[in-house]
Design a protein around this ligand. Structure first.
Ligand SMILES: Cc1cc2nc3c(=O)[nH]c(=O)nc-3n(C[C@H](O)[C@H](O)[C@H](O)COP(=O)(O)OP(=O)(O)OC[C@H]3O[C@@H](n4cnc5c(N)ncnc54)[C@H](O)[C@@H]3O)c2cc1C
Length: 440
């Protein structure tokens, strides 16, 4: 039987899925697939990994939903190009459908897959799904890459139409009639978590549903109060893995809260920047900021990681991150600013630590925000701006409700003295960056 594959990657949902809708409309039976990528999984430091447990559970949910619609869902482990080469031998494949992925690793992987499929005469179709505007769709009037969020945001709003937010009909199109059903699922059709060498580790993730309307309506008032766990939309994990579609979250925000809508547009903005400047995943966008003589003190880095800096908001944030895999945006900014300025440690150390810990880790947003905080990015805070963690605390958690939740010993002799004095840290960083910029 001639079939096509639909390869799920960061779109772990059936509803409103551009690539899946296209595959289902192809007229060929569709075999949905997920590949547990050996290149990524072998690099994970822990066997009990909460993010991987989440992915595994979502794949199993997709498999159950596909079975309920009358089809078979395949999950395989290996290097994607090798898995696809193997599947091309097992099945009479006409095409592989998938959704675009803009990260540097993914682009390289997809180029390899495309070349392989071409040699076998199998088409490789990719669709825009995880953002509203991708790659070079929004440029400045003079044709350059937009690097000012305000202008990008305005152009984005100007081009946004109802049609772009319209859901793709994948959920209604998925029926036994257009899914491939293997007579008996081949042995190892889906590996278990244990087969993959992992143990369960669960951390709380909100449901795969849109945030409640009242949370969205009050977002602009509540977003900067970290003690309020319902103060933000809590959709970042769902957007990262595509259990919600960007079209549905943006539609809701467009209707109920322009501030939330703007924040979701930041995500598209950073993806666009990383697509144009893939080198910025590992180096400063600004060449004058590439040779900054960071101090990179390992003991201080460890104190930051473990929430022992003597700055309550920084420590509360790092402890929340370590315990839950989540951190509200305002606290992400505080801990990041403290690392890159007060401790004067390379932003890439912090970016890496966040990548290991955040359940919503997304390279474009993580790199973009870290470079913003370090003053090194295409879009960045001025390099000489150094936020005081104590002033931040007074603003966002004046009653220390959040801080005491995560650092109960604050205010007792058990709590450490500040690892660095604020003005000393600020002057040290500003002077070193000024000197490095003058030399380059
Ligand atoms: C140093 C640093 C690192 C970050 N790393 C990541 C990351 O790896 N993955 C990630 O998804 N977000 C990252 N962010 C952005 C932001 O902090 C999170 O998206 C947000 O806290 C997630 O919680 P929420 O869904 O409740 O957000 P809300 O405030 O409710 O916002 C809704 C959605 O808008 C988008 N968004 C909001 N703020 C930003 C922003 N500053 N940049 C890009 N998108 C944004 C996200 O998709 C978010 O889910 C980072 C921010 C900083 C300062």
């Amino acid at each position: 039987m001639r079939i096509c594959l639909f390869w799920h990657r960061r779109d772990l949902r059936i509803h409103d899925n551009a690539g899946l809708a296209a595959a289902l409309a192809s007229g060929l039976p569709v075999l949905p697939l997920f590949i547990y990528d050996a290149d990524i999984l072998t690099q994970l430091p822990e066997r009990a990994d909460a993010r991987f447990t989440f992915i595994y559970d979502q794949v199993e949910r997709l498999a159950a939903e596909t079975a309920a619609a009358g089809g078979t869902f395949l999950a395989r482990y290996g290097r994607p190009s090798e898995v696809l080469a193997q599947l091309a031998q097992e099945f009479d494949l006409a095409a592989v459908y998938t959704n675009e992925d803009y990260e540097p690793y993914a682009r390289q992987r997809d180029a390899e897959v495309e070349a392989l499929l071409r040699t076998r005469g199998i088409a490789f179709y990719r669709y825009k799904d995880q953002v509203i505007f991708a790659k070079g769709e929004i440029m400045t009037k003079s044709g350059t890459v937009p690097k000012v969020f305000g202008a990008y945001h305005k152009a984005y709003q100007g081009r946004l139409t109802d049609e772009q937010l319209h859901p793709y009909p994948s959920a209604v199109a998925i029926t036994a009639g257009n899914l491939a059903r293997l007579p008996s699922a081949p042995a190892g059709a889906r590996p278990t978590l244990l087969d993959l060498g992992f143990e369960r580790r669960e951390q709380y993730v909100p449901t795969n549903e849109l945030p409640p309307a009242d949370v969205v309506r009050s977002y602009h008032r509540t977003r900067d109060t970290p003690a309020n766990t319902k103060g933000t939309a809590r959709i970042s994990v769902q957007l990262r893995f595509g259990t919600l579609s960007v079209r549905e979250v943006l539609s809701q925000a467009r209707e109920l809260n322009p501030k939330l809508m703007a924040e979701i547009i930041w995500r598209d903005f950073f993806m666009m920047l990383l697509w144009h400047f893939p080198n910025t995943a590992s180096e400063a966008y600004d060449p004058r900021m590439r040779d900054i003589p960071y101090r990179n003190n390992e003991d201080e880095f460890r104190a930051w990681c473990e929430g022992r800096t003597g700055y309550p908001l920084v420590d509360a944030g790092m402890r929340e991150l370590n315990a839950t895999g989540y951190l509200p945006n305002r606290v992400r900014m505080t801990v990041a600013g403290f690392l890159v300025k007060h401790l004067f440690i390379d932003w890439r150390w912090g970016e890496r630590y966040f990548a290991d810990k955040l359940l919503d880790y997304e390279q474009a947003s993580n790199v973009g925000n870290w470079q913003w905080m370090a003053g090194t990015g295409a879009v960045a805070a001025p390099w000489f701006r150094v936020y005081s963690p104590q002033s931040q605390l007074a603003q966002v958690d004046p009653q220390q409700e959040y801080v005491k939740r995560w650092v109960p010993e604050v205010g007792t002799p058990a709590y450490p003295a500040p690892i660095v004095e604020h003005s000393l840290g600020r002057e040290r960083a500003v002077e070193a960056i000024r000197a490095a910029r003058m030399q380059s």
